[in-house]
Design a protein around this ligand. Sequence first.
Ligand code: HEC
Ligand code: HEC
Ligand code: HEC
Ligand code: HEC
Ligand code: HEC
Ligand code: HEC
Ligand code: HEC
Length: 326
Amino acid sequence: MEDTPGVNEQKESSRMKVFLVMAGMAMAILAAVLAFSKVDSAYAIDQTGCLSCHSNYKMTKANGQGQQVSLYVAEEALQASAHRYIDCTTCHTTKPHEVPTPLTKLSLAQKCGSCHDYQFQVHRESVHGQQLLRGNLDVATCVDCHSPTGNPHSVIRVLEAQAPAYKKNQAQTCGKCHGNEELMSRYGIVEKVYESYMRSFHGKATRLGSSDLSKLDKASCINCHGTHDIKSVSDPVARVAGLENLARTCESCHPGAGMEFAKGFPGHEEASPKHLPAVYYVGRFFVWLTAGVLAFGAMMVTLELTRLIPINIKVKPRKKARPREK
Ligand code: HEC
Ligand code: HEC
Ligand code: HEC
Ligand code: HEC
Ligand code: HEC
Ligand code: HEC
Ligand code: HEC
């Protein structure tokens, strides 16, 4: 009876010891896991020492099209990329110098496609991909839309806010080429698609609005043209070809929009007396109206000033003329 408290104390302390040992073991395991995963991620991208040579930024090589390509691989860029946990040899094999690597826009797409087969197959059938197969260097390959530097080692995940493919940045990404008048005129594309989009409701709202994905619900280029499956606008299967397809495209976000709604869409073409004369003349009318109102205002101010000046001049001579003595 008397020693009960002592026994209880003993029980308490032994329980405490067990608890401490368990907690200690758990901490040790956690620390080991953390340390291991840290080591693992640090070495995942270069387990075979490729960077001992390829961290030299002076290394270059002539590619299959006679251009000098840098063989420098920026480790920090790769560490920040979507592929940060993938080892060099997973993409390049353990004998990278023994396989033919032409280092062209097409061979690059094919290498990305060795893992992302679906995107590669779809892109190959697109207006960009078809030209790529013909060796055209002007069109978009994977890294033009996925890497801020166009380098295969700096691909950014599409949901990261700084990704070229992130919704808020998509227009700028397409605009790199489609905002280049000289490049576009070579393909007979004379409409200023980037500028007109940025002027449109969708473009303005996307640019000025929040970067929060849930609020980025306005149409960007890809909502009307597709992503990997972009077609020429004259291709009957294009999402913007013909009123019926266009209406269906609007309806994906404007339920029940219908053909009349789509008909009102001015496209990218600037209004002119021939194309959308009503829009053109209303626009002109407002330009003249604004100019007229400004001119009228300026005239009123000028008149007011000219009215004030003579009064001030007149006041002085009157004072002088006043007879002072008597
Ligand atoms: C001893 C230095 C050295 C090491 C280590 C090295 N490379 Fe290279 N690498 C080169 C040189 C030099 C070239 C250019 C070869 C040429 O001009 O044909 C090159 C070219 C390349 C190319 C371009 C394609 C080609 O064959 O020319 C790739 C891709 C490449 N290396 C990947 C790797 C990978 C991946 C590793 C690691 C598994 C690696 N390299 C390790 C020196 C090295
Ligand atoms: C997720 C896949 C992937 C990983 C990981 C990767 N590369 Fe590459 N690398 C590519 C692709 C794609 C190309 C373009 C190939 C082409 O143009 O034919 C490329 C090209 C290269 C080139 C040629 C120069 C250039 O920039 O086009 C070198 C050198 C190279 N890689 C080295 C490395 C080294 C070293 C590592 C590891 C530190 C590495 N790569 C990791 C996909 C990868
Ligand atoms: C013209 C620009 C463009 C080109 C070229 C392009 N992509 Fe994309 N890609 C995008 C955009 C934009 C998204 C995001 C799609 C979205 O938000 O719905 C995307 C998404 C992706 C995704 C995420 C999954 C998915 O399908 O949404 C992968 C993977 C991908 N692309 C790989 C590739 C590969 C590989 C290539 C080359 C064969 C390629 N992309 C060429 C613009 C492009
Ligand atoms: C060895 C296979 C492999 C190669 C080659 C490869 N990728 Fe990937 N890629 C992956 C894997 C795996 C992921 C997913 C990584 C993750 O989620 O952590 C990924 C992720 C991506 C993403 C992000 C997808 C998203 O949902 O945000 C894009 C974009 C992408 N890759 C594009 C490319 C491009 C462009 C190339 C060529 C330069 C390429 N990949 C080459 C395996 C590869
Ligand atoms: C690296 C440059 C480049 C980028 C980036 C690019 N494009 Fe293109 N695109 C071109 C070129 C060049 C053509 C002309 C190809 C032709 O007519 O054969 C073209 C053609 C097109 C066409 C067909 C035009 C027609 O004549 O009907 C559409 C639509 C298009 N691109 C939309 C986009 C969209 C949307 C994006 C962004 C998601 C984009 N492009 C990104 C270079 C680019
Ligand atoms: C990706 C989704 C999306 C697509 C596709 C889309 N829109 Fe919109 N659009 C929106 C959102 C969101 C708003 C703003 C909400 C609102 O006012 O209804 C908007 C607003 C508008 C507005 C101005 C505001 C209004 O309601 O009058 C017009 C005009 C418009 N869209 C026309 C079109 C036309 C025409 C098409 C097809 C060629 C189209 N949109 C395709 C998402 C989209
Ligand atoms: C609301 C839908 C919509 C959006 C958003 C949109 N487009 Fe278009 N785009 C069209 C339609 C419809 C056409 C065909 C009529 C025309 O040419 O104006 C077209 C035509 C084009 C053409 C072919 C022009 C020519 O002269 O042959 C290109 C290239 C293009 N768009 C690129 C883009 C790019 C890049 C963006 C984003 C900056 C974009 N589009 C945004 C609907 C859209």
